[in-house]
Ligand binder design. Structure first.
Ligand code: ATP
Ligand code: MG
Length: 584
């Protein structure tokens, strides 16, 4: 198959871009509301394209789980989101009030998100698989005024919560054709008919760039999920990160596989692609290797943004599988959410013909901070370099509570950022103390440990909570896990510290195997020897246990704290985001 001509990277010269970068220039790539009335995410994402020649370009190509397809052009999306904004106005929803969406990846979710932003209300996505309790906690903390959901989800999860949520005034239901209990549900509003009745023109009110726009809950990997507040100005970061780190340009076909229930699915699954004028693929279905390769082929995806868990699942399939599909349109693959093992980068190169570009960020940072950019050489296992405009550092905590930057290369410390980038969170909702504690000595402290090499590449070591102290050494789980998954039998690995009277802690690894392998005592012995050879005796695991699956958050992150709690017989803590096989 003939490879398409691959255009130059959007960002060609990293050092020059970094040296000359100014946020005002990044802001100038956007329009601002007409008449200098501020900055609104939805205007930048849809209205400004809809008004111009790109109005007829497909903004969202929706692929339904039963094979349906629906295209929404920029023009359609602008009109639909205006209808939604008008509906909110009719309902008396005030600016700054929270609109939650609990739905699968359906077009109305995107319409609601953008319409909410137009209105100046706050969009907060919820993962459709959440049970009633996690929903109640988030709706309470966020003081939800409106909830957009489906009749099915409403009946199963929300109806029982109404008494507990007096502030939740409006429930808008997305009717589904295959609902087996059709008919009106008291106390709810039929969204589709109300949208049809609403006007499709809406003038976005003046929007202060510092107005609250988004409320995102963290993944709950290390504890109770926190509600991070973001403002309209974040769009400056989304836009520039889309260009620099994802290499997006107008007209591209882009597929972000993350669910909008998480920050990735909003910042880079709604906002950044639209501000950059791309056609984005929205797949309603869950992961399926053949379907995914089929989408890359049929939709001629140019840029693909996914996550390590998905990549590791693809790696579990025979290497012949992707060869059955035409991937010639694809020019860039990126990954986020967890450390990307070097093995995965190499697999990408060998099996997909393209390396996978890891990047690092958090709910709190709102957008990509550190990335393997197209114009830079990839160092497998590294997160890459800070984007132009982002100042990162490795810091050390002193006993007096202060932090100091470590300037020598290759030393481990906490990954920190200089505050001031536009998508920095502005609060942990309802937890000001925790927010304040995240900023020390002019740094935002990420809670992750990393090191920087002499050439400025950052290497993830582990979450501060997950790092293990064994016989006087600090060991990051990531390097042990990466060594284990180099073994052909190992698909996934998670490493914890287990208290030990002599060593302080010993290293224990949990592994999930590729199909066709058995967790026999011989294999365990072989893995132990394999790890010792690669890591040396201090860092190699002393215990290895085979598990069918490793516990993960619904956003696909391995929950080491849960493995640790279960191993040590401790309370499991908040498991509202735990992915369970029976969920969905
Ligand atoms: P919580 O804060 O509730 O414990 P969480 O930190 O997993 O959950 P997110 O904000 O969704 O919630 O995830 C951000 C975290 O994910 C980062 O702090 C980091 O630990 C991890 N992460 C994201 N991308 C990468 C990456 N490329 N390499 C290593 N770790 C990553
Ligand atoms: Mg976190």
């Amino acid at each position: 198959m003939a490879a398409a001509r691959i255009p130059e990277p959007v960002l060609v010269d990293y050092d020059a871009a970094r040296a000359s970068f100014r946020w005002e220039e990044a802001r100038a790539l956007l329009d601002g509301l007409p008449g200098g009335r501020g900055l609104n995410i939805a205007h930048e994402a849809v209205d400004r394209h809809a008004a111009g020649p790109e109005g007829e370009r497909v903004a969202i190509r929706w692929l339904g789980k039963r094979g349906e397809r629906r295209d929404l052009t920029y023009h359609d999306l602008a009109a639909q989101s205006s209808r939604f904004a008008n509906l909110l106005t009719d309902l008396g929803v005030a600016r700054g009030e929270r609109v939650f969406v609990l739905a699968g990846r359906v077009p109305e979710l995107y319409v609601a998100a953008l319409g909410t932003l137009k209105r100046g209300a706050v969009f907060s996505p919820l993962f459709a698989a959440f049970g009633p309790e996690p929903l109640a906690t988030r709706l309470e903390l966020g003081d939800g005024r409106v909830l957009v959901t489906t009749p099915r989800l409403y009946r199963r999860k929300v109806a029982q919560l109404r008494d507990r949520l007096p502030g939740l005034r409006h429930i808008l239901l997305i009717r589904e054709a295959d609902d087996d209990e059709p008919g009106e549900i008291p106390g709810t509003i039929d969204l589709l008919s109300r949208l049809a009745d609403a006007s499709d023109t809406y003038t976005i009110p003046d929007t202060d760039p510092e107005e609250m726009a988004l409320l995102h809950f963290t993944s709950g990997t290390t504890g109770k999920p926190k509600g991070a507040v973001h403002v309209h100005q974040a769009v400056v970061m989304h836009h520039i990160a889309g260009r620099y780190a994802l290499d997006l340009r107008p007209g591209d076909v882009f597929w972000c596989t993350a669910d909008p229930g998480w920050v990735t699915g909003t910042s880079f699954g709604i906002i950044a692609p639209l501000t950059n004028g791309v056609t984005m693929i929205v797949d309603e279905a869950e992961f399926d290797a053949e379907r995914w390769y089929g989408i890359l082929e049929a939709e001629k995806v140019n840029v693909w943004y996914t996550a390590p868990t998905a990549i590791r699942m693809l790696m579990r399939m025979p290497n012949e599988l992707p060869q059955r599909f035409d991937r010639s349109a694809l020019r860039f693959i990126a990954s986020v959410g967890e450390p990307l093992n070097p093995e995965a980068v190499i697999w990408g190169r060998e099996v997909l013909g393209l390396p996978i570009h890891d990047n690092w960020w958090q709910t709190e940072t709102g957008g990509i901070m550190i990335a393997n950019l197209r114009c830079l050489e990839i160092r497998p296992g590294s997160m890459g370099k800070p984007l132009p405009g982002i100042d990162a550092g490795i810091v050390e905590h002193r006993e007096d509570g202060s932090v100091v930057e470590i300037s020598e290369p290759d030393r481990e410390g906490e990954l920190a950022l200089r505050p001031g980038w536009p998508s920095m969170f502005r609060a942990y909702l309802g937890n000001e103390e925790r927010y304040k504690k995240s900023f020390v000595g002019g740094w935002y402290l990420s809670g992750d440990l990393a090191r920087r090499d002499a050439d400025g590449y950052y290497w993830f070591v582990g979450r501060a909570d997950d790092v293990i102290k064994t016989s006087g050494h600090l060991v990051g789980p990531f390097e042990v896990e990466s060594a284990l998954i180099e073994h052909p039998a190992v698909a996934e690995a998670a490493v914890i510290g287990k208290p030990d009277p002599v060593a302080g802690a010993i290293i224990k690894a949990f592994v999930a195997l590729h199909p066709g392998h058995e967790g026999s005592p011989e294999l365990i012995r072989e893995l132990m020897a394999f790890a010792r050879k690669r890591l040396g005796p201090t860092v190699a695991p002393r215990e290895i246990e085979v598990k069918a699956e490793l516990p993960k958050t619904r956003s696909g992150k391995i929950m080491r704290r849960l493995l640790r709690a279960r191993e040590l017989g401790l309370p499991e803590g908040d498991i509202s985001t735990l992915e369970t096989p029976s969920s969905s």
